[in-house]
Design a protein around this ligand. Structure first.
Ligand code: SF4
Ligand code: SF4
Length: 463
């Protein structure tokens, strides 16, 4: 509870403490380089991939009105949504697996919130300066200099956010068409809404909410501790080595001064994007970004102490016990993940771009014709999942002499269409042959590789 001044000038007790703005200091080092690389790769993928062309169309396009998802050569139809489900399950298991092994690697290096916040922080730095300059500028009264710096930051943020919203919509509407509409100021209502919505979400989350998204809004931060155990690698302060902390002259005798390795410079707190002090132990606010490792390593270098006062380690290692990387939960997550990836790859490789579905007309068992033959009627559905229309021929194979009506059925099926056809199959009703399984085969005239087959039951009388 904190004592605060009320608007009426009286003092009152309140449980509410206003959020303090965090000014993270820039960190340099191997993990900062790794994060910068991740930012470039991930943002590069996001901003560049809608512009890549493939087979005369956008390589990655989620065409919702046509219910088609294009990912390079792969075209996914509503019937293929099982693959999307598979992808989501694989993504979740990957997260569990790497969290069990390496803690919040996702949060520290790959989460969109981290990645975009890094980009926004960079724009803030080039417009408002370093951490201390930013703090000074915020405290200073309004002046031309402050107006120019803040104006430049807002211009960069807003432009980048709008570009982000535009790119996001470009995954659902061909981005070149979208650019033409943007130039002509003729966005449709949905395109305008989603561009502004996504742009605003980026602006708000990466510009202002930042660590509050991780601390209060992200559900993953809440349940990730369930995936941690004593063998999970996570960013940790080695209190045994660091304490008692305190300032000292360079080269001072630690034993004589009764001090540990921590010089209490607070740089690890200043670089922390969530504003916590890692020296207080493992906290749910820590996103494992390792900025405190980088900065503390520089301090250790300056003091000529060994690096690693703050480091990636496990609770067991800190307690001088052996760390087990291969443990039941890692093996279970790994086995499930490996199995699912193999199953997904096999299912994708075996996926046919053409499907045929045959159902015998249930209204009639069979029909005996005047010429002594027996006839069955089938409803045949041909699904063309390719990107182009094709003529498909239908053939039927069975033990007897089978004839078709129409005699040589061929159908023009547009891309993405399910073509329904009614086909009569006839056969002499001789003995000993009675009912049997017959096979329907569908093949594109211009490409024999586009084919599919299925079985159906041919009913015939027996005497
Ligand atoms: S950066 Fe290292 S030395 Fe400085 S306060 Fe943090 S733990 Fe101590
Ligand atoms: S404590 Fe260290 S690793 Fe955790 S969020 Fe802060 S800087 Fe990143």
């Amino acid at each position: 509870m904190k004592t605060v001044d009320s608007p009426l000038g009286q003092q009152s007790d309140s449980y509410y403490v206003a959020e303090q703005k965090i000014y993270p200091r820039e960190a340099f080092g191997r993990y900062a380089r790794l994060r910068t690389l991740a930012v470039w790769v991930l943002l590069g993928l996001f901003y560049v991939s809608p512009w890549v062309q493939w087979n005369g169309r956008q390589a990655v396009l989620f065409d919702l009105p046509a219910r088609k998802f294009y990912i390079f050569s792969l075209v996914m139809w509503p019937q293929d949504f099982i693959f999307l489900t598979g992808l989501l399950v694989i993504a979740a298991l990957t997260l569990f697996f790497f969290t069990a092994l390496g803690g919040r690697l996702w949060c520290g290096y790959a989460c969109p919130q981290t990645v975009w916040t890094e980009a926004f922080l960079w724009m803030e730095k080039i417009s408002e300066g370093s951490r201390s300059e930013r703090m000074k500028l915020d405290k200073a009264p309004w002046s031309v200099k402050k107006l120019v710096r803040k104006g430049l930051k807002q211009t960069l943020w807003v432009t980048f956010s709008l570009w982000t919203g535009f790119t996001f919509v470009g995954f659902f509407t061909p981005i070149e068409v979208l650019l033409g509409k943007a130039v002509a100021l003729s966005f449709g209502p949905w395109e305008l809404f989603w561009s502004l919505f996504y742009g605003l979400a980026t602006y708000g989350n990466a510009g202002y909410l930042r660590e509050q998204v991780c601390k209060y809004m992200c559900p993953y931060a809440r349940f990730q501790s369930a995936m941690f155990d004593r063998d999970t690698m996570t960013v940790t302060y080695d209190a045994e080595r660091g304490e008692p902390r305190g300032s000292r002259a360079r080269g001072a005798d630690l034993k004589a001064a009764g001090l540990g390795s921590c010089v209490d410079c607070t740089l690890c707190v200043q670089v922390c994007p969530t504003g916590i002090d890692i020296r207080k132990g493992l906290q749910y606010e820590c996103i494992d970004c390792a900025a405190c490792i980088d900065v503390c390593d520089t301090v250790m270098d300056k003091m000529s102490y060994p690096r690693g006062l703050i480091r990636y380690t496990t609770q067991n290692a800190l307690e001088h016990k052996a760390t087990r990387f291969l443990r039941p939960r890692v093996i279970v997550y790994g086995a499930l993940l490996g199995g699912l990836i193999v199953a997904f790859a096999v299912a994708l490789a075996l996926r046919t771009p053409v499907d045929v579905d045959v159902i015998r007309d249930r209204n009639v068992l069979y029909r005996l014709l005047d010429d002594g033959r027996v006839e069955n009627v089938y409803n045949v559905k041909i699904l063309n999942k390719t990107e182009h229309a094709h003529w498909f021929v239908v053939r039927v194979h069975g033990a007897g002499e089978l004839t078709l009506d129409p005699p040589a059925p061929r159908f023009d099926v547009a891309s993405g269409d399910v073509f329904p056809a009614s086909i009569r199959v006839r056969r002499p009703a001789y003995e000993p042959l009675g009912s049997e399984d017959i096979e329907f085969e569908v093949e594109a005239e211009d490409n024999p590789k586009l084919e599919a087959e299925t079985k159906a039951r041919f009913l015939a009388p027996t005497r």
